[in-house]
Design a protein around this ligand. Sequence first.
Ligand code: PMP
Ligand code: GLU
Length: 398
Amino acid sequence: MSVEISISKLVQGLEPSATLAMSAKAKEIKSSGKTVYDLSVGEPDFITPQHICDAGTAAMKAGYTKYTIASGIPELKKAIAEKYKADYGLDYNTNQIVISNGAKHSIHNVFFTTIDPNDEVIIPAPYWVSYAEIVKLSGGIPVIVQTKESDNFKMSPAQLEQAITPKTKMLLLCSPSNPTGVMYSRLELEQIADVVIKKNIFVLADEIYDKLIYGDNKFVSFPTIRDGLQERTIVVNGVSKTYAMTGWRVGWTFSPVNVAKKMGELQSQETSNPCSISQYAALAAITGSQDCVTEMLNAFKQRRDYVAKRIAEIDGLSCPEMGGAFYAFFNIKKHLGKKIGNSTINNSEQFCLELLTQKQVATVMGSSFGCEGYVRASFAASIDVLKNAYDRIADFVS
Ligand code: PMP
Ligand code: GLU
């Protein structure tokens, strides 16, 4: 008799992370000996700066290899609080900070701690692949607000107001945005904040790209926008993008004390502390010289300009100005319905799969970000890789 362990109803409908799935596909092709130009996953190509790695080694040697307080080491919480105070003038106590296994885990903690069954969470699309899935796992309902390329993929205050119902608990804001790189201006954030306050809802502000800002754009931390907003906002941030530390898995939240207390307790039951060694490395990242951040930012700026130029030159492709983060989200609608070999490309998934198999360029389909007709390509790659990738994309679409 064959038996099969059944899958829980909770995770049956779960969509796997498309960014990680495309990256795994690219790695699989690479391991067969082929060159792949991988623009799929959003991950700095730089190695973690040496002084941060050294701090990790020193932590191991000093015996910081044991459990820490589940919500994170006090030194790191203090350093994070001081940095947000210095950078944005925000006051947080250490009892408002929970350090987790990456910002993705922090987002999980936020929704599992604040969302009751059928609470609605407003998510402007295109959105990062994990938001809606984590909301659903927590029992909540993602309410997607579709934005348009002609509006630079930004949600207007009127769109927000229209999406709010008596069940709305929270708005998720990500600026600069993954996947579009678009940033809300201070004025636009003020208008959104006014709706948030008027309608008495809460905000999860994903500020993970706060240090990757280009041109004249200025990052504004959401709770600073209006008085009283700090009590209604939970901020998420982490070391993955700013310090090229994706594999170390350290992220955190700033929240009201009651939420932080419960998130710490949740974490104490689910994962215990984030990796002790990584926490000491993150401490070195935050308290050490920030020259490495400037150097990486300068490289990203150059790549952004290069990619913007290449996209503008390719027939039919277009994308909004990338004010921050390291993604281009380009329109491929003109190329849908075309044939390549025996296959017709009808959607962004087919576009990405054919581009990968025929030209060895890995990207991620817009449909996974809630926006069909677009493709996301990371520019956290060397100019050489980008040149080869865009030569091939140009060739592919022609
Ligand atoms: N938020 C956004 C918008 C992201 O792009 C990412 C990238 N993975 C995360 C959160 C999570 O980052 P991590 O878990 O690596 O800290
Ligand atoms: N945030 C990155 C991305 O969007 C990393 C992958 C992930 O965590 O999904 O590609």
